[in-house]
Design a protein around this ligand. Structure first.
Ligand SMILES: Cc1cc2nc3c(=O)[nH]c(=O)nc-3n(C[C@H](O)[C@H](O)[C@H](O)COP(=O)(O)O)c2cc1C
Ligand SMILES: [Fe+2]
Ligand SMILES: [Fe+2]
Length: 391
């Protein structure tokens, strides 16, 4: 992918990864991704982040094409998909200085073994003149690592946000042309990467509100030349508002839990509650994470296996707990044969959630009419709880 101008003096020199299907060996990427890197040209030129090490050759080819002498490499984040090509860039521009905050410097030295004398550290609000243009560094910790920061080019009102506000989306479009195309990839990205840091994100969004921003240039996905569609979407996702929705991850070996799940789906639908079931043997965990962004309630359904939950249910509960969604209510349903601690173990593994746990429904063997009634009672409970919070 060649060099693409963002403005007269700012260029995208990153790489589009059309083929990547998995990130962090965990997150499915149905739409590929991109590793954006930018050069701000001036009397002195600055490179904003680099690319994943698998794409170093593309970044280097773009830098050769642009033919700009890089004096500064601004590192917003130490994760390797953005920092991994810094050593290769330093090989070509040995006089270049890596500009970052002290935390990021330490991580870069530890993770990529970049020599200490290559760095210049900056504080929150510090500026660096490139000649005509000024870079202002803004600390923005915990989106999604402790060292993350942004850079603002004052004269052009361009904000480089690295992972923040980004999307895993491979597209030939430099700028977002239709927010509908980006909304879901951005929400998926938020759900998987940013959701655990809702509180930090809120304060970063407030900071952005007080700034004059024309372009937001993240390090994944297309660039926003109107910031409000993405900042408004983020404001909704980080708000405390939840929707009249139940997320229902389930697994069943011999159909008992499955019959409970089918009945429960119907029971919720009859009460006008949106339900999002995920069969954990095939579910895309990105879809599951996205559904957790808005839902008021999560119910995990599992049989009992070797005294505990089915391992796939353990995985789902672990993930829900780690992503810390804003849901308010949770419960567990499922089946057992002779005994175990399935419900206790699942409940225990979701302690990060600030939820009220509703009475679980546990059935010996295959559910009977009496037990289907218990699922109706749980559905009634959820209906009432949702009404109580006016959703
Ligand atoms: C591999 C395996 C291990 C099991 N371990 C337990 C157990 O430790 N405790 C228990 O009460 N039931 C155990 N069961 C029985 C199941 O929990 C029971 O058959 C349940 O109804 C299955 O639900 P399902 O039809 O949704 O798969 C086990 C079943 C299997 C297949
Ligand atoms: Fe990252
Ligand atoms: Fe990233």
């Amino acid at each position: 992918m060649g060099v693409r101008p963002l403005t007269e003096d700012i260029f995208q020199v990153g790489s589009i990864d059309w083929d990547r299907t998995l990130f962090d060996e965990l997150i499915p990427l149905p739409d590929g991704t991109s590793y954006n890197a930018y050069v701000v040209t001036d009397e002195r030129c600055a490179l904003m982040d680099t690319v994943d090490p698998t794409k170093t050759h593309e970044l280097l080819a773009n830098l050769t094409e642009l033919d700009a002498e890089i004096e500064y490499i601004i590192a917003h984040h130490a994760e390797q998909d953005h920092s991994g090509s810094i050593p290769a860039v330093l090989d070509i521009y040995p006089e270049a200085t890596v500009v970052t905050n002290p935390k990021c410097k330490t991580l870069l030295m530890e993770m990529l073994h970049i020599p200490e004398d290559t760095f210049m550290t900056v504080g929150d609000g510090d500026t660096l003149s490139l000649g005509e243009k000024t870079l202002e560094f803004i600390y923005a910790p915990w989106v999604h690592w402790p060292e993350t920061m942004f850079t603002y080019v004052k004269e052009e009102q361009v904000l480089f946000t690295c992972d923040f506000l980004g999307s895993h989306l491979a597209t030939s479009q430099l700028f977002v042309e239709d927010m509908e195309e980006v909304y879901n990839p951005a929400k998926r990205y938020y759900a998987e990467i940013m959701m655990p840091f809702r509180t930090s994100i809120r304060s970063h969004l407030e900071k952005l509100d007080s700034m004059e921003i024309t372009i937001i240039a993240p390090s994944h996905g297309p660039v926003y030349d109107t910031p409000s569609p993405i900042t408004d979407a983020y404001k909704e996702w980080v708000s405390d508002a939840v929707k009249n929705e139940v997320v229902l991850p389930f697994v069943s070996m011999h159909g008992s839990t499955r019959d409970m799940v089918d009945y429960f789906i119907d029971a919720l639908m009859r009460r006008d509650i949106t339900v999002k079931p995920f069969n954990l043997t095939t579910a895309d965990i990105g879809e599951l994470a996205m559904s957790l962004v808005d839902a008021a309630t999560v119910v995990i359904a599992s049989p009992t296996v070797l005294t505990g939950p089915h391992p796939r249910a353990v995985y789902a509960a672990y993930l829900v707990n780690a992503l810390r969604p804003k849901c308010r209510f949770a419960s567990v349903i499922g089946s057992f044969g002779w005994g175990g601690k399935m419900v206790e173990m699942l409940t225990q593994s979701m302690q990060n959630l600030h939820v009220e746990f509703l009475e679980p429904v546990l059935v010996k063997g295959h559910p009977t009419e009496k037990e289907f009634k218990m699922l109706d009672i749980l559905a009634d409970q959820i209906y009432k709880k949702h009404k109580d919070i006016t959703i």
